[in-house]
Design a protein around this ligand. Structure first.
Ligand code: BES
Ligand code: MN
Ligand code: ZN
Length: 497
């Protein structure tokens, strides 16, 4: 898919399709009005007849509109103008792209990118349009023997801006949006791959390839390396599986040498059966998505490398399956983490924190500016926040604030939960320094409390993406979240937002 930026009048576009908006009730947007004037009231006639009310989600494709150079005009309903905000803007772009893909037009010129969205500038509109368009066109058919080909797929989109002085910022925004969408696509692809394909070894191979393509330094630690480092907690999860665990480290070091790196840590459980504390059968297939935190780290490394962001960034992915084998960890087993702290494993299904804690200890060697872990960590987070917001917990208020802000700008939002000491007591164990579960209530917070005990040496934030990383039901599939949130955070840190 090719993207370009243009400024100019809609009646003059020699395009297969010009896309303009209509607000409810029956109010033409500026670009639509210009077309209407040139077409001597053709659009207002149609609207007067009641064929286009402007309701959000509605669309109308017109051919042979007089007085203009384009072959088609696509009207997109935008809903009430006073309610037109971020969500409505993104949905209007998505609807345009979905509709265009079903027409014969393989190219189109969008005027929706000129619409005003309160508090958002042209760069935001263009970045979001790029992300939303590519999100809409994404398909995962790698594993289907017959691909359902679109007859004449959309090949080129032109986004219009009102003023010529907006061309440069818009060009920059489209490049950023494209790189971020590329990251999102990688994250989705890895997430959607089944557990028999996307093993820890597959993730390690992906890292090595990414390293070659983008000049990242990549290291893969094997089981024996992890043993030497004393990663007893991570290794306890790998015991039940025939797949060898991998500990992947990727480095993108384009910042100043003296800049401390941002470290990303992604949960890479390529399949979570629960282990001996085995999960019920219903929807267990979705536990192939338990490596979406890891996939997010991959997507972001690719994004940072493609944009050549002038920052130091380290991506760490601890990866293993969680299986119930003969050698698997049993409830009540006590293991020693790399930090030296001992853990009583009361539930082998609380395995994410067991692999993350050793990765958090390993992160210390980079003397990080901050560490952000990303994990499909708790079902409780889905209960608390649903599939709208990721859960955010942090030991540093400024870092939490920055991530919440980045999520708002990216429209990939997070919501903070408290990480108060009062919750720490719930992790008490009679036999070890701590238990790996905290009882029935506040499960998202007690999981974060567990991690916080391994993140004392730096500024740290934790994103629980159990509700946001994938969709269930007939639209089952990875979402690529929170790549946009963290991508915007990295842009901000690079001084590019
Ligand atoms: N990967 C799961 C969390 C999860 C479950 C995400 C369902 C999305 C949907 C995690 O490893 C897990 O099993 N967590 C347990 C923790 C519990 C045993 C304390 C959970 O949430 O039930
Ligand atoms: Mn689990
Ligand atoms: Zn899990």
């Amino acid at each position: 898919m090719e993207f370009s930026i243009k400024s100019g009048s809609p009646e003059k576009q020699r395009s297969a399709c010009v896309v303009v908006g209509v607000f409810e009730p029956r109010k033409l947007s500026l670009a639509a009005e210009i077309i209407d004037t040139n077409a001597k009231g053709y659009l207002s006639d149609i609207i007067r007849r009641g064929d286009m009310e402007g309701k959000a989600g509605s669309s109308l494709l017109l051919h042979n509109v007089p007085g203009i150079l384009a072959d088609r005009v696509l009207l997109i309903g935008l809903g009430k103008e006073k309610d037109f905000r971020e969500k409505e803007y993104r949905e209007a772009i998505a609807l345009s792209v979905r509709t265009l893909n079903e027409t014969g037009a393989f190219e189109a010129t969008l005027y929706l990118t000129e619409l005003l969205v309160k508090k958002r500038d042209v760069r935001w509109r263009i970045r979001q349009a790029t992300l939303s368009a590519l999100d809409t066109l994404y398909r995962f058919d790698q594993l289907k023997s017959k691909k359902d080909d679109v007859r004449r797929p959309l090949r080129k989109l032109t986004f219009c801006v009102e003023r010529r002085n907006e061309l440069d910022p818009a060009e920059q925004a489209v490049a950023q949006g494209l790189a971020m969408a590329d990251g999102v696509t990688l994250t989705k692809n890895l997430g959607n791959l089944p557990g028999n394909v996307c093993t820890p070894t597959h993730l390690a191979e992906t890292a090595v390839e990414l390293g070659k393509e983008y000049n990242l330094k990549v290291e893969v630690l094997e089981r024996s390396d992890m043993e030497q480092l004393g990663m007893g907690s991570l290794l306890s999860v790998a015991r039940g599986s025939h797949q060898p665990p991998k500990f992947i480290v990727m480095q993108h070091m384009l910042g100043k040498t003296e800049d401390k790196p941002i470290v990303l840590v992604g949960k890479g459980i390529t399949f979570d059966t629960g282990g001996i504390s085995i999960k019920p059968a219903g929807e267990m297939d979705e536990m192939k998505f338990d490596m979406c935190g890891a996939a997010t780290v991959f997507g972001l490394m690719k994004f940072a490398a493609q944009c050549k962001l002038p920052i130091n960034l380290v991506g760490i992915v601890p990866s293993t399956e969680n299986m119930p084998g003969g050698a698997a960890t049993k409830p009540g087993d006590v293991v020693t983490s790399m930090s030296g702290q001992t853990i009583e494993i009361l539930n082998t299904d609380a395995e994410g924190r067991l692999i993350l804690c050793d990765a958090l200890t390993y992160a210390e060697r980079f003397d990080p500016d901050c560490v952000i872990d990303i994990a499909t960590l708790t079902g409780a987070c889905v209960v608390a926040l649903g599939q709208v917001a990721s859960g955010l917990m942090a030991n540093d208020d400024a870092l939490a604030r920055d991530l919440l802000d980045a999520g708002n700008v990216a429209w990939d939002r997070a919501w903070q939960l408290p990480l108060w000491d009062d919750y720490q007591d719930l992790l008490k164990s009679n036999f070890a320094d701590m238990a790996n579960i905290g009882g029935r209530w506040g499960g998202t917070i007690t999981a974060a409390c567990f991690l916080s005990r391994y993140a004392k040496k730096y500024r740290w934030a934790h994103l629980d993406i159990a509700g946001t990383a994938w969709r269930s039901g007939d639209k089952k599939g990875a979402t690529g979240r929170p790549v946009p949130l963290l991508g915007h955070y990295l842009l901000e840190r690079a001084g590019l937002l």
